[in-house]
Design a protein around this ligand. Structure first.
Ligand code: AMP
Length: 302
C-alpha cells in the first residue's frame, strides 16, 4: 500500500559537536520519505524554491519516492538552522525562514489521491486538513505537530486531530497539548481529541504507545556513535508508517512491530549528519537491526 506524506523539504544548517554543515537537504518530509521507502512507495507533497535544483533532488535517488507533488515555486526554499549542545540533549533553533512555504497551497497530483496511508508531517494544521480532504479513502491517517501550532493555532489543530487515526509526537508536545505532566494521563486526554492511537517519542529514552486496551513501551537502540539527531523523529514516523503500510489491517502486534521499525530507522538517521546515513542504508541493514532490537529487549524467551 502506498503512503502520501506532506511536510517540509528544506535546506538545513546544522551545528553538531563533531561536524557542521550548511545548505544540506533536510525537512520532515525528506526524512520521512527516505525511511518509509524501505517498505513501500512514497508520494511527497511539498514545495521548494527555484534554488532547489536537480542536484538536490538526488537525495531521493534510487528510492521509491514519487516527486510529482514536489512543487517548485518562485522564491526561496524553506530554511532551518539548528545547533546542538555538547551532549546532544538540547537543540537550539538558530533560524527558520519560511520562504515559499509561506504561500504554499498543497494540490495533490491526480494519482496521489488514491494513496492508502497518509502522513501529515509537522506543518500548519490547516494545510494538514487541506491534504486530508483531498485524499479519497485512506485506510489510515497519521500526523505530527509541534509546540508552535499547539500555542498559536489551537482551533485548526483540533480540527486536524479529529480527522486522524494516529498522532506521533514527543513527550514535551504531549504534555503541552494535554496540559498535564503525567504521560499516561496526557495520553488519555489526547486520545479523546481524536487519534485512537498515540505514539509518544521520548528521544534517547525510547517510545510509548497508547491504544484502546493496549500499552507498549520500547527503548531506543543503544549506539556507539551519535552524530546528529536532526530528523530522527521524522525517520521514526517513516519507518513506523512504512511498516504499517505492509499490512491491510494492522492490529496491536503490527503496531508494536511498526514502533520497533520506526526506532530502527530513527537510530540509523542519527549515525551521520543530515540524511547521509539514510541515503546509504540498505533494506538488509534495516532488517538486521530489527533482529538486533529483538535480541536486545527479549527477557522472556531465553
Ligand atoms: P526533527 O529533528 O524531527 O525535529 O526534524 C528536523 C527537520 O524539521 C529539519 O530538517 C527541518 O528542516 C525541519 N523543520 C524545522 N522546523 C520546522 C518547521 N517549523 N516546519 C517544518 N519543518 C521544520
Amino acid at each position: 500500500m502506498s503512503i502520501l506524506v506532506v511536510g517540509s523539504v528544506a535546506f538545513d544548517d546544522l551545528k553538531t559537536p563533531s561536524e557542521n554543515a550548511t545548505d544540506v537537504v533536510g525537512g520532515a518530509a525528506t526524512y520521512f520519505a527516505l525511511s518509509a521507502a524501505h517498505f513501500t512507495d512514497v508520494n511527497i507533497v511539498a514545495v521548494v524554491g527555484d534554488d532547489f535544483g536537480e542536484e538536490h533532488r538526488k537525495v531521493f535517488k534510487g528510492r521509491s519516492v514519487d516527486l510529482a507533488g514536489l512543487e517548485r515555486a518562485k522564491g526561496k526554499t524553506f530554511r532551518w538552522g539548528g545547533e546542538y549542545s555538547a551532549d546532544l540533549t538540547e537543540r537550539t533553533t538558530l533560524f527558520t525562514e519560511l520562504g515559499v512555504f509561506e504561500s504554499f497551497q498543497p494540490v495533490l497530483p491526480e494519482h496521489y489521491k488514491s494513496s492508502d496511508l497518509v502522513f501529515l508531517a509537522n506543518i500548519h494544521p490547516s494545510l494538514q486538513v487541506d491534504v486530508m480532504k483531498q485524499v479519497q479513502n485512506p485506510s489510515l491517517i497519521g500526523a505530527d505537530t509541534m509546540n508552535y501550532w499547539i500555542e498559536r493555532t489551537p482551533d485548526e489543530l483540533s480540527a486536524m486531530l479529529e480527522g486522524i487515526d494516529v498522532l506521533v509526537i514527543n513527550d514535551e508536545e504531549a504534555r503541552q497539548l494535554s496540559g498535564v505532566h503525567n504521560l499516561v494521563e496526557a495520553a488519555a486526554k489526547i486520545r479523546e481529541m481524536g487519534p485512537k492511537t498515540l505514539v509518544i517519542k521520548r528521544g534517547e529514552y525510547g517510545v510509548l504507545c497508547f491504544r484502546e486496551g493496549e500499552r507498549f513501551a520500547t527503548v531506543s537502540f543503544p549506539l556507539d556513535t551519535v552524530i546528529d539527531p536532526t530528523g530522527a523523529g521524522d525517520s521514526f514516523a517513516g519507518g513506523f508508517m512504512g511498516y504499517l503500510a505492509t499490512h491491510k489491517e494492522p492490529g496491536d502486534k503490527e503496531v508494536r512491530q511498526a514502533i520497533v521499525f520506526g526506532s530502527v530507522l530513527g537510530s540509523f538517521c542519527v549515525e551521520a549528519l543530515g540524511t547521509r546515513r539514510l541515503e546509504q542504508l540498505s533494506r538488509d541493514e534495516v532488517h538486521e537491526r530489527y533482529q538486533a532490537f529483538k535480541d536486545l529487549t527479549d527477557f522472556a524467551s531465553l
